[in-house]
Write a protein that binds this ligand. Structure first.
Ligand SMILES: Nc1nc2c(ncn2[C@@H]2O[C@H](COP(=O)(O)OP(=O)(O)O)[C@@H](O)[C@H]2O)c(=O)[nH]1
Ligand SMILES: [Mg+2]
Length: 436
């Protein structure tokens, strides 16, 4: 029998889970139900675990470098909105200010650290007392998961010095050079032929190389690679659309975070670039086995809702939609930001998520249609009648359930794939004729 069973690649399963699963293989009767119940509870808890995490993103740098503008855009806010950071040189921050993300204010917080301009009458680098700065702000700095160091047209020593201290605390430091839209305009003025013969990417590459040289000059002691430097525009449309290095910056911001913190960022941030959509899909795929387990266990434990489609599916479906920014609320926000028609976006998404039937893809899409209408009883019917097409073997023979782990795993992956494609197509629809 063992030979006819295929195994499914389930990503980062840990030893604890491996043990639970093999115990399940031999358990019988009561013991088996009990074990399944435990797995179910544990897995459901896991699915929601990220909601108790907090991610702090530290923002440091020169006054006027575009920090406040970025903080607003990253949170999907215009500068005039309530809760937006005050923008402009008159509004240089003197205290640490926390800017929670409006979508998940308890989970994702940008921390704006005071600027480091020398005070009037003070001269030279000596006037900036790094020890004093650390005494004042070191504790807050330590809280941050990652730092973005913003610098303007020339790099100031003090911002780099603070960054260096954060580095000593073991933090990931990303260098951001904002206002690239201004650079582009200047370049056109200064040398109209340059951009006819070279690409924007060439200009960005040149800036990155200059930047590395200056960083070394001003005392950045570590190795810096061009990919550590991010050339962006902090203007709202550019951030939403993912112009210039914005997608790479987003990816770098989450690269060093653990999986739960990654979930916080991707489930919270509104951004629509294709690179980020792919990144999100990957994080969801890594987590699918947990949801599949929850769904599997739920479908065989009578006490927890018989053989209907488990709540874990519905929870996952809606979580993904939010994460990909294709739920109604995100679409309304996007429509507002881009001054387009929310109904057009909603219809588009609805049609993408529910089209087709007959093929395996159609089955999943039928399920999606049902999921989106929230009717659990109908969903059960769809599963019983059609999911048989998915005669996916069970992992290691350890779980045999009405809706097997394999089916759950496969279908959830399909849900992610369909939503991922939908989010990418939405990007084309929304931004096809914008020029940021
Ligand atoms: N064109 C353009 N202007 C920007 C950008 N970022 C900031 N600004 C402008 O630069 C000025 C200073 O920005 P602000 O965000 O207040 O900088 P902060 O002092 O670092 O917080 C403001 O007038 C902004 O409107 C950008 O990416 N592009
Ligand atoms: Mg500011």
């Amino acid at each position: 029998m063992a030979e006819s069973i295929q195994t499914i690649e389930i990503g980062s399963i840990n030893d604890e889970w491996k043990n639970k699963l093999s115990a399940l293989g031999t358990a019988k009767g009561e013991a088996r139900s009990e074990l399944l119940k435990n797995i179910q509870q544990y897995a459901v808890k896991k699915v929601d675990e990220w909601k108790s995490e907090v991610v702090y993103i530290g923002i440091i740098g020169d006054p006027g470098a575009g920090k406040s503008t970025f903080i607003n855009s990253f949170r999907g806010l215009k500068a005039t909105k309530k809760g937006a950071a005050k923008v402009g040189l008159k509004h240089t921050t003197k205290e640490v200010t926390e800017y929670p993300h409006p979508k998940r204010p308890d989970n994702l917080i940008l921390v704006d650290f005071p600027g480091v301009l020398l005070k009037k009458g003070q001269q030279g680098g000596m006037a900036f007392n790094i020890q004093q700065y650390l005494d004042d702000y070191g504790e807050k700095m330590n809280l941050c998961d990652v730092f973005l160091v913003f610098t303007s047209f020339r790099i100031q020593h003090n911002a780099v010095q603070i960054g260096m201290e954060a580095r000593k605390m073991g933090k990931n430091i990303l260098f951001v050079r904002s206002k690239f839209d201004v650079d582009l305009k200047n370049q056109e003025e200064d040398d109209p032929y340059y951009l006819k013969e070279n690409s924007k990417e060439d200009l960005m590459e040149g800036l990155r190389e200059d930047y590395i040289e200056v960083l070394k000059d001003v005392g950045w002691l570590e190795d810096v690679k061009p990919e550590d430097i991010f050339i962006i525009s902090g203007r709202l449309p550019a951030v939403l659309e993912g112009s210039f290095d914005m997608p790479k910056l987003r990816k770098a911001m989450i690269d060093d975070l653990d999986d739960l913190k990654k979930m916080v960022v991707i489930n919270t941030c509104r951004d629509y670039s294709k690179g980020m959509v792919e990144e999100k899909a990957q994080v969801y795929r890594n987590q699918v086995w947990q949801i599949a387990l929850a769904a599997t266990a739920a479908s065989v434990v009578p006490a927890l809702g018989t053989a209907s489609v488990p709540a874990a599916w519905i929870a996952a479906y809606h979580q993904y939609k939010q994460g990909f920014g294709i739920d109604d609320e995100s679409l309304e926000h996007l429509a507002k930001m881009t001054r387009k028609n929310p109904t057009e976006f909603k219809d588009f998404v609805q049609s993408r998520l529910t089209k087709g039937s007959g093929t395996p893809e159609g089955v999943v899409q039928a399920i999606l249609g049902v999921l989106s209408s929230f009717s659990t009883s109908l969903m059960t019917a769809v599963i019983v009648d059609q999911v048989v097409d998915y005669s996916i073997p069970v992992i290691g023979a350890v779980i045999t359930a009405p809706v097997s782990f394999g089916i759950n795993y496969k279908v959830l992956n399909k849900v992610i794939a369909i939503q991922e494609q939908c989010a990418k197509d939405l990007f084309d629809l929304v931004f096809r004729d914008s020029a940021v």
